[in-house]
Design a protein around this ligand. Sequence first.
Ligand SMILES: *Cc1c(COP(=O)(O)O)cnc(C)c1O
Ligand SMILES: [Zn+2]
Length: 419
Amino acid sequence: MAITAAEPTSVRAFGPGTALSCRECGRRYELTPKFACEFCFGPLEVAYEFGDVTRADIESGPNSIWRYRSLLPVPDNVAELPNMAPGLTPLVKADRLAAELGIDSLYVKDDSGNPTHSFKDRVVAIAVEAARTFGFTTLSCSSTGNLAGAVGAAAARAGFDSCVFIPAGLEEAKVVMAAVYGGKVVAIDGNYDDVNRFCSELIGDPAGEGWGFVNVNLRPYYGEGSKTLAYEIAEQLGWQLPEQIVVPIASGSQLTKIDKGFRELVELGLVEDRPYRIFGAQATGCSPVAQAWEKGIDVIQPVKPDTIAKSLAIGNPADGPYVLDIAQRTGGSVEHVGDDEIVDAIKLLARTEGVFAETAGGVTTGVLRKLVREGRLDPKARTVVLNTGDGLKTLNAVDAGVTATIKPSLSAFTDAGLV
Ligand SMILES: *Cc1c(COP(=O)(O)O)cnc(C)c1O
Ligand SMILES: [Zn+2]
């Protein structure tokens, strides 16, 4: 008699993931496209039962986030499926930037090297596997820019239709990158928070039937992709946690999952249990979490974003309260820098380390410099700063150009006073 494999397959589709669990009340749900608790409306996240995971298993895995598949809600054969295989980006030892800032030990985790040039490929890769399992046919998202490109590319490779939503007025490079993969790109007359609200309505409507919104109804899966930043940093530091890390905040998801990733590594005995401090970074023109931190309150008051750091321009960040908790618990803080400091920090990072960051990397580097100047970062402790996107996507933010234009002759060159 034929035995149907329905049950074991669906279990293994999420690897070690066993349930969705409410961050607020702990109620558990099956692994479905559900994102909010039915009882308290708290956000849901993936809960696991990990097997034995060794450093050697991980080190012998693929050169992508899939080397950590035994810690992620994905099937064991995920590396063979059509996906973008992001991750394993460089951890640059930043001695020249460290010297300039006056600190001892600094690394830049440079995530601009992902397939669509931002950290978003990590989160999308996990959401796509969930979308495949749930039988969605269209991938969608509300995006501040980078997510739209990551979803477009991943959909193209995995054979999904895509339709992404962005606020009108994004950087040209981000719009082109979202559109070139052949999916639909819809600009909405409003800011990101309007776009997000619109997407929530679409999910409940027949028009959105069969659609997986990577950062809305697939959010619990999407969020887990950010843990891979924590895993990689620890592995690249020789299986040690950093002592301090500066992380950008848009919705706050990435920051909370980096913390989750570090804690898992400790629980699994893959790294030594040492204290680490997490610092959140926002642009002054969109700093609702930093403002709550400054005031010492745990309620995030939404703002209307006005900053060149458009990738971080979320005025009502869903994970803001959890970011505050983590900054508090780890002895970090949440800081902000203005647009001029962001531009200055982009140039500083480029000039000292050869890393050309998008505005979000200017935010983290600017906040790092501010923390050092104000004596709130231990200059002796091993520190990591994240660059989550590529400067080529926000070219208009910097005013760099040719030093001189000359005729093709030696005399013209010497006359120009360049040597
Ligand atoms: C999306 C994004 C982030 C972080 O977003 P969260 O919503 O906080 O997870 C950071 N940097 C860049 C460049 C991004 O596009
Ligand atoms: Zn709940």
